[in-house]
Design a protein around this ligand. Structure first.
Ligand SMILES: *Cc1c(COP(=O)(O)O)cnc(C)c1O
Length: 361
């Protein structure tokens, strides 16, 4: 019999998410477990967002607003763009996949970096779209090499700025050059999931680059700094024509009412965002200073996580920390990604490392 699925789908394995805290606790008989594996905001959701969710629950029997009218209206005002330049997604994850589904076929080609956010590769494989994964240079997107990988049939290029899992960013000048040099057919997607955490002076918010290129799409999420990962809300900003095509392919009720309500409230809670940025910056600096004392090599992070070469099998370190109730994320044979936690959580991480490896902190 013919294969039920394409060779690409055959080659995939289901996404392995970080283990839920409850499951690890049960397995190990531990009560106090900290999760530094999924780049969630350790401060939790904005209290205003929680209140909005409670209020929205009583309308739980109604289908959500399929057009996410209020949310897109607020996002448009917040960013100074037009409403029909904004599309909502079930997390920005769905937006990334929607870009592939809407704009590419098996005859096209996609370019992204490696290591970068895994969804670019997963979605390309799932839809059978050929791709080139361009190695990073010093753990940073190698934009000239990515430009050189473009072919006549290249339709999409994904750039995570800053990048996950490496935490690094590309600066305004290199990015501007790329946006102007690429053939006009290529849709460039700037994935800005961590934009609020960036402190680098040479960073360019994609909104300020839209004039440089017609086919430029920015993606953002409520899962990271806004602390709403479980509610699955993301969005894209792009030219109306592209957003319109994506809306034709999008499932009608792709973002639930609770998510829409929470996102609107979270967007208005500037104080929660500011506090999250401030505490992350302090603790990120502390981890970047402390981790090298264990012989680890860190990449310069603009995010709420740190990418670390640990010079031993990453799985072993992961398992050793897991036994001590600290969940991190192995992301390569000898590399891990550690989310910046609260001061207390980072204390726990550092003392678990000290117990495990010896060393000063
Ligand atoms: C976390 C993340 C996303 C998306 O997360 P959603 O929860 O689907 O919005 C997108 N891009 C990058 C680089 C991320 O790290």
């Amino acid at each position: 019999m013919a294969s039920l699925v394409t060779p690409e789908i055959e080659s995939l394995t289901p996404y392995e998410a970080g283990k839920p805290i409850e499951e690890v606790a049960r397995e190990l008989g531990l009560s106090d477990i900290i999760k530094l594996a999924s780049n969630e905001n350790p401060l939790g959701p904005s209290p205003r967002a929680m209140q909005a969710v409670r209020a929205a629950l009583s309308e739980g029997h109604r289908y959500p607003d399929a057009a996410a009218f209020r949310l897109r209206e607020r996002l448009a005002a917040f960013h100074g763009v037009e409403m029909d330049e904004v599309i909502q997604g079930n997390g920005s994850n769905e937006i990334l996949e929607l870009l592939i589904r809407t704009f590419t076929t098996r005859d096209d080609h996609v370019v992204f970096a490696e290591p970068a956010f895994v969804v670019y590769k997963l979605a390309s494989l799932a839809h059978g779209v050929p791709f080139t994964a361009v190695p990073t240079k010093d753990w940073t997107h190698d934009l000239p090499a990515m430009a050189a990988a473009v072919r006549p049939n290249t339709k999409l290029m994904f750039i995570a700025n800053p990048n996950n899992p490496t935490g690094t960013h590309v600066g305004r000048e290199a990015l501007s050059n790329l946006l102007q040099e690429l053939p006009p057919e290529v849709i460039v997607v700037l994935d800005e999931a961590y934009i609020q955490y960036v402190s680098a002076e040479d960073y360019a918010d994609g909104l300020t680059l839209r004039g440089l290129r017609e086919r430029l799409v920015l993606t953002r999420t409520f899962s990271k700094i806004y602390g709403l990962a479980s509610l699955r809300v993301g969005y894209a900003i792009g030219p109306k024509a592209l957003i319109n095509y994506m809306n034709r392919v999008r499932a009608p009720f792709n973002v639930g009412s609770l998510g829409q309500a929470a996102a609107i409230a979270a967007l208005e809670d500037a104080e929660h965002v500011e506090r999250s940025v401030r505490e992350n910056a302090q603790e990120r600096a502390r981890l970047l200073a402390a981790l090298p004392e264990f012989g680890f090599e860190t990449a310069p992070s603009q995010c709420n996580f740190v990418f670390c070469g640990v010079k031993r099998p990453a799985r072993e370190l992961f398992n050793a920390l897991l036994q001590r109730g600290v969940i991190i994320r192995p992301v390569g044979p000898e590399h891990v990604r550690i989310t910046v936690g609260t001061p207390r959580e980072n204390d726990r991480l550092l003392s678990a490392l000290k117990e495990e490896l010896g060393g000063r902190p």
